[in-house]
Design a protein around this ligand. Structure first.
Ligand SMILES: [Zn+2]
Length: 438
């Protein structure tokens, strides 16, 4: 007994020391060089997913239909590897949270097409990965959070009234995975604590205990999160945070952890100036770093406090766009102007669709930040479709202050063409008239 366990230890040490590891930069380069997904995640529809899955099948990857959505769309599961450690991943249970679906596709394509890389080769006999990309295809098709019953699947873990929620529970119950990855998007205005820095990726090693007591699975997952944090810090240092860890009995991450599969929540936010494909790449790097650390056992030596020390998600009172020092004219009620900063936020929409913006705050916003900021001090600012108040549309017309405008004139946009028009987060005219501050 003693001899065999000693031999086993030698074998493990031999194996692990012989696996040369890949750096996060090498993962990034591999993705830059080749990745299967081509459509921006938010533009991808159910047909695009099916197209991706066909390509995975052609590579020889196992893809099965495992269930149907409320509207009858097939839900798929991808499988790779033959090892004893079971990892279960699911994405897009919220239909308008698409980043990880693309990252999962690129992940499986990478593993299958790089069998000569030593750790990838070792993974195949050490780990089995199953993933359900786009658990909520009905929501994804119309880019909405909820499923076709208008139920939030992630609040259905107790009631189990959605076919998608029941499927997720069945797949998890029948397989009893060792680790779960629950993959979401958070708002792009989510910040790292109360700083103005966007939380580009947030992690949560779910406790699964109603009182939040730590357990071995959660502590192992904290180490895995630490591995992913270390990998991502090479690309987005200062933009990584921890997700709020309040237990919710209706949420799948909490309940699947409670039912025996400790879950890691990955929430992808935004990073101003980078497109959605960059976020896909970050997810890809994080997953590969996590798996490699399980294969070469470096996870066991990773300091879990790297995770514990991360700041929590916060609201750094960040807005999509702030117009500073605008002279606001509410032409419906008055023609006199008042000076204020105006902050607007973008609604979540596909990249190729009009994104409505709404006024979030008006007043002194000197202590706040916008992803974009303009100096409107030389302009009268008028709402294009109504008045300027919180909650109203964020589409505006700007007039140079020295112009004489009769704001009571009928159809005055025609009678007095604006110097600049801002609609759906874009300049229709006068792009460079207002000085860009950020
Ligand atoms: Zn979500």
């Amino acid at each position: 007994m003693k001899l065999s366990s000693t031999l086993l230890l030698f074998f493990v040490l031999f194996m692990s020391t012989n696996i040369s590891s890949q750096s996060p930069k090498e993962f990034a380069e591999a993705w830059d060089k080749k990745h299967l997904t081509k459509v921006l995640p938010s533009n991808a529809k159910y047909k695009d997913l099916q197209n991706y899955l066909e390509q995975l099948k052609k590579l020889g990857i196992k893809v099965d239909e495992v269930g149907r959505s409320f509207s009858g769309r097939e839900i798929y599961q991808i499988e790779y590897g033959k090892g004893p450690l079971k990892i279960f991943m699911w994405s897009q249970m919220h239909g308008d949270e698409p980043t990880a679906t693309s990252a999962l596709i690129d992940l499986f394509a990478f593993l299958k097409t790089n069998p000569e890389i030593p750790w990838v080769k070792a993974l195949e006999s050490a780990i089995t990965i199953r993933a359900v990309p786009m658990l909520n295809p009905d929501g994804a098709e119309v880019f909405q959070r909820r499923n076709a019953q208008s139920v939030d699947i992630n609040r259905d873990a107790r009631a189990l009234q959605t076919p998608e929620g029941r499927l997720l529970k069945t797949l998890s119950d029948e397989w009893s995975p060792d680790i779960g990855f629950n993959l979401h998007n958070q708002g792009v205005l989510t910040t790292v604590a109360d700083t103005p820095r966007q939380a580009t990726i947030s992690f949560l090693a779910v406790s699964g205990d109603p009182e939040g007591k730590a357990n071995a699975g959660q502590i192992r997952n904290k180490r895995i999160c630490a591995v992913m944090i270390k990998a991502l810090e090479q690309f987005i240092k200062g933009n990584i945070a921890r997700y709020d860890d309040t237990y919710n009995p209706r949420a799948f991450g909490d309940r699947i952890s409670e039912w025996g599969t400790p879950v890691i929540l990955v929430e992808t936010g935004g990073l101003h100036g980078k497109d959605e494909m960059f976020l896909v790449k970050l997810n890809f790097i994080a997953y590969l770093a996590a798996f490699q650390s399980l294969v070469d056992q470096s996870e066991e030596k990773t300091d879990a406090t790297i995770y514990d020390r991360l700041p929590f998600n916060g609201s750094g009172e960040l807005y999509t766009t702030i117009f500073r020092n605008a002279s606001i004219v509410n032409f419906a009620t008055t023609t006199t102007s008042s000076l204020a900063d105006v902050a607007i936020n973008r609604e979540r929409r596909r990249a190729n669709e009009y994104a409505p913006h709404f006024i979030q705050e008006i007043g002194d916003l000197n202590s706040n930040n916008g992803l974009n900021e303009y100096d409107a001090s030389n302009f009268l600012m008028v709402n294009r479709v109504g008045s300027i108040h919180t909650g109203s549309s964020g589409d505006f017309m700007f007039y140079k202050k020295d112009r004489k405008i009769d704001f009571t004139a009928p159809n005055f946009e025609k009678a007095f063409p604006p110097d600049a028009i801002f609609v759906g987060g874009k300049w229709l005219t006068g792009e460079n008239l207002l000085k860009k501050l950020r």
